[in-house]
Design a protein. Sequence first.
Length: 291
Amino acid sequence: MSKERIKPQQFSKAQAIFSDEELQLSPEQQEELSSLYGRTLDQFKKGNLITGKIIKASPEGVLVDINYKSDGLIPLYEFTDHELKKLQPGSEIEVILDELENNEGNVLLSYEKAKAMKAWSQIIKLFEEGKPVEGVVTHKVKGGLSVDIGVPAFLPGSQIDVQRVTDFDQFVGQVVTANIIKVNQKRGNVIISRRKYLNEQRSESRKKILDLLEVGQVIQGVVKNITNYGVFIDIGGVDGLLHITDMTWGRIAHPSELVRIGETITVKVLSFDKVNEKISLGLKQLNENPW
């Protein structure tokens, strides 16, 4: 994989073309050459993050041009199948310089380490700013799920949803958004909570609903729960109570005689307390009192 070098005899021929005086470098040129050499050495240090261009992917790995005398190689196992499909010759890729020259004279690169380095920087930034992170659920682990957010993050079972989840497998392969609740870069630990994120979203949704809500307004909602004394209706993240006495002008023994869980119904806002988020809804008020 080494690129072609100038042979000694070719250099001798070049010398013959120019006089010794012409081959002499001025102090400015010497300084520029020294500076260029220094920058090259600094750039190609083990552990550095560098940018290269993809040459091709083969069973040996992904070959990358990093503007060095030899091209670099990234092992194939560092890429997911999805990432491999997106690799195109000529496209840029950020990598970590793992080894400048191994026993075979090859430059070894790591895409995985570069990805982790960038991910940690982003994770810490999001954590400090209190912003959510997005990732793909890769597999089920003891007590929860493993989520790829650039590095593996742990999503505890109790933090998967606002409701209790018993089947973790249903989330594998899904893209989830969650809040970062704990970070320890030294140990490589990140704990996230989808439940906290969903609760915050619901809180924002409730605020918007309450700001727009008016007494007398006719709205649609979904039957969330049925009790002996009435029905709880979800009207966009806020629960309103439809009391049994406000369901019909006639008489019923139980609310389940008129509605069922999951059903979408139209109701009227009778009253609401914005501070305590208590909303009273009516169904019979949509029609005139027949009596």
